[in-house]
Design a protein around this ligand. Structure first.
Ligand code: PEP
Ligand code: MG
Length: 312
């Protein structure tokens, strides 16, 4: 019944009082573009490029990369495409990029930007392919690094982007240290994208791959919301591309915390669009305060919903 009541909104993401919140799609490659377009995505907020690199003994050629990136950019001529640099690591092992040694805690190991620093040739080949793919296209290309910890890493990634001709570098906020010191990182890059899946895992020190700890993998946890608020108040655009963005009530809370865009798997777009369309920015802020004033994920969920009339 709720789905029916909330259905029917189309067009760009905005709150009831007209505050724009671009709604973007998470994709793994060109094959995911049609579903994104059908569900009204205004662009891509997370292009997980790992899929190009998985299950192969050698990296994809420069041409193969360029072709895949170009295809995605061409699908959103009026939008943006946020591409994530290769997020390899012990949890997403690549045959040609083995971890440097046995890692007792892969989630805490050499992954994301940490791995790319060890293989600058892989990073520069990817960034160059992206810059070539974007040339002559009208979509805005933004490129972000995964698993960034501090301003020094953010600066290093921004420099690599500029060298390759990428004009809009950003970083994912997935590590609590980066969220807490978001202002330091904000002076190095143009935008943030919160990876709430990893941010939750690291905030709760609970491996997201361990089934028995699934109850700790909940972005409604007030401690996670506090970190979101910290990142979203650092003075640069701050999106969310973790699972949290696809939960209609939590999406309203995130907007209330200052998040500026939401990226999710395509099927989640209509309900999130509708939830925003039914609430004002002030109502989202009230929901955010209610959630942060709670002591547990369940309490936060109840408190937020109680002040979001279309979702109660
Ligand atoms: C995240 O961590 O929230 C995220 C979007 O990245 P991934 O799930 O691919 O690690
Ligand atoms: Mg992540």
């Amino acid at each position: 019944a709720r789905a029916a009541a909330l259905a029917g909104s189309t067009g760009p993401g905005r709150t009831k009082d007209g505050h724009a919140v671009p709604l973007l799609a998470n994709i793994g490659g060109p094959k995911d573009v049609p579903a994104a377009v059908e569900n009204g995505a205004e662009g891509v907020g997370l292009y997980r490029t790992e899929f190009l690199f998985l299950d192969r003994a050698t990296p994809p050629s420069d041409e193969e990369q360029e072709r895949a990136y170009r295809e995605v950019l061409a699908a959103f001529p009026d939008g943006r495409v946020v591409v994530r640099a290769l997020d390899a690591g012990a949890d997403k092992p690549l045959a040609f990029l083995p971890p440097p040694g046995e890692e007792p805690n892969p989630a805490l190991g050499e992954r994301g930007l940490r791995m790319l620093r060890r293989h600058p040739d892989v990073l520069s080949a990817q960034l160059s392919a992206l810059a070539r793919a974007a040339s002559g296209q009208t979509a805005k290309l933004q490129v972000m690094a995964p698993m960034v910890t501090d301003a020094e890493e953010a600066a290093l990634f921004a420099a690599a982007c500029r060298e390759a001709g990428i004009e809009h570098p950003g970083v994912m906020i997935e590590v609590p240290a980066a969220a807490l010191r978001a202002r330091d990182l904000a002076s190095e890059v143009e935008f943030f994208s919160l990876g709430t899946n990893d941010l939750t895992q690291y905030t709760c020190a609970a491996d997201r791959q361990v089934g028995g700890l699934a109850h700790l993998q909940d972005a409604w946890r007030p401690a996670v919301l506090d970190l979101v608020a910290s990142a979203a108040s650092a003075g640069i655009p701050c999106g969310v591309c973790g699972e949290a963005a696809g939960d209609p009530a939590l999406a309203c809370v995130l907007v209330g915390l200052g998040v500026t865009s939401l990226s999710m798997s395509a099927p989640s777009l209509p309900l999130v669009r509708a939830a925003l369309a039914h609430h004002t920015l002030d109502q989202c802020r009230t929901a955010a305060e209610a959630a942060r004033g709670s002591r547990s994920p369940d309490e936060a969920k109840r408190a937020a919903r109680s002040v979001l009339p279309a979702l109660t």
